[in-house]
Every structure is written in structure tokens, then in C-alpha cells.
Design a protein. Structure first.
Length: 257
């Protein structure tokens, strides 16, 4: 059985590998069919183990990915080859950074935005889980700070997430995005306002990738690719929590062999 993957096209150097898993090619049954990588969504644990094994094999990963207990916060975990070997637990965090070869960073999503980072020389890698709560909490800013690399020396890739046509939110989400928008960046408030379009029900359609791009630009990251896929609009390729409620999880992965 084939295990199709989405390969990021971005400005990372040739010594960096990245991939985004799609929902087909696994063994999970409905409603998690088929390549569910989430061990926390009610799926058969044996199916998740097998799906993760297939992921490792098809991508020729140098090690088991670092799987997080993601909580929609801003905690960043730095991982090296020694800390990775020291524990098999699922640490509570929403972002990862590594400076080591052979460490595979993984962010699980089913509508939230995965953001991958690489230094221009490929020596420092990062990955962040950026739903609206993580974005407004500052997870991207925390991840960039944890790299200890000047933002101008970083490139970023936005993976598939729920798109603005399907992401309806209430006033509280818009208000929090406006409240936490970086004030030092000229025009940020206006750009944040433009990422929310009023709909016929008096609520808002939220452009999550646009919010992420604004924050990355405010940090000084000039090269940002990706962000054009909507998980909710494509049930063949993507899991979507907003669309299906009970569903599987995909993963954005980055590593340096």
C-alpha cells in the first residue's frame, strides 16, 4: 500500500528534509480512516502504532518522531540526540527546536496550522502548532526566540490548515487576535482586522495563515512559503476536526539526516 505525502516546496536548504502526512495509506478504520497518527483521539492503539511505523518507513526517518502532548499554548521544547534518547514520554508543549542531526520534529494537526522553520544553513530547525489560541498566545514568537537565530536568517513553511471560507469564529477570537497583534509592526492592527471578514450571520471568517504571515513578518522573517491548502475543504486528503469532529490527525515533520 502506498502512503502519499505532501512535500513542502520552500526555501529550506538541501540538507533539510520535511514532509506533511495525508490521511490515506494507513490501517485505521472509520472515523479515523486511514493514516491517523494521533494516539489521543480514540483510535485503536495498534492501528496508530502501525501507521506511525509506516510513516517512519516511507520517509526513511532516522529516528521516531518527537510526538508532543499539544495544548494550544506557547511552550517550546528543545530536543537533541541525548534528550531524545532519555525519554519516550509525550512532553507537554506546542513547539519544538533542535540543533541535532537525526532528530525528527513532529506537529500533529487536523485544522490548526503547522509551521516549520529552518535556518538558512539548515543547522537549526523548528516546528510549531499554531491554531488561533497558539498564535495569540505567541507560539511563533516563542519558537523563533528558542532558535536563538536572527529572524532574517530563518525561513518558514505553513502547512495545510482550515481556510477562511470554513473557519467561522465569534467576536472573542477576533478581539484576542487584535489585542495580541504585535504593536511594533506598522499596519499590524489593520492587517489583523483584514484577516477577519464579517459573514451574513454577524460572525467572522478567519484567515489563519494570514495571521501567521503577519506575525512572522513582524518578527523579521522575510521568506514564508505554503499556506494554500484548506483541510476542511478536502476530505479526500485531509482530516478536519471542524468538519468531522471525531477524526484523525496528520503530522508536519522536519529533520536533518
Amino acid at each position: 500500500m502506498t502512503v502519499p505525502m505532501l512535500e513542502p516546496r520552500w526555501a529550506a536548504p538541501a540538507n533539510v528534509r520535511a514532509a506533511f502526512s495525508l490521511r490515506s495509506g494507513g490501517m485505521s478504520e472509520a472515523p479515523w480512516e486511514t493514516l491517523n497518527l494521533g494516539a489521543h483521539v480514540g483510535d485503536d492503539p495498534a492501528a496508530v502504532i502501525e501507521n506511525r511505523r509506516r510513516l517512519v518507513n516511507v520517509l526513511h526517518l532516522p529516528s521516531e518522531p518527537v510526538w508532543l502532548n499539544q495544548v494550544h499554548g506557547r511552550e517550546v521544547l528543545e530536543v537533541n540526540e541525548h534528550s531524545r534518547l532519555a525519554s519516550d514520554s509525550r512532553p507537554r508543549a506546542d513547539a519544538l527546536v533542535t540543533r541535532s542531526r537525526g532528530v525528527v520534529l513532529a506537529i500533529q494537526v487536523a485544522d490548526c496550522l503547522p509551521v516549520l522553520f529552518s535556518s538558512r544553513d539548515g543547522r537549526v530547525l523548528g516546528a510549531a502548532h499554531a491554531g488561533w489560541r497558539g498564535l495569540t498566545a505567541g507560539v511563533l514568537e516563542a519558537t523563533v526566540a528558542a532558535t536563538a537565530i536572527p529572524a532574517a536568517d530563518l525561513v518558514a513553511w505553513l502547512g495545510p490548515s482550515i481556510g477562511p471560507a470554513h473557519f467561522e469564529v465569534a467576536d472573542d477570537v477576533r478581539n484576542e487576535a487584535l489585542r495580541t497583534a504585535p504593536q511594533s509592526h506598522a499596519g499590524m492592527r489593520r492587517a489583523t482586522e483584514e484577516a477577519f471578514q464579517r459573514n451574513a450571520k454577524g460572525r467572522w471568517q478567519c484567515d489563519l495563515p494570514a495571521l501567521a504571515r503577519q506575525r512572522l513578518a513582524a518578527l523579521g522573517i522575510g521568506q514564508v512559503d505554503g499556506g494554500e491548502w484548506c483541510t476542511a475543504a478536502d476530505p479526500v486528503r485531509f482530516f478536519s476536526h471542524r468538519r468531522d469532529q471525531l477524526t484523525g490527525r496528520m503530522a508536519a515533520l522536519i529533520w536533518r539526516p
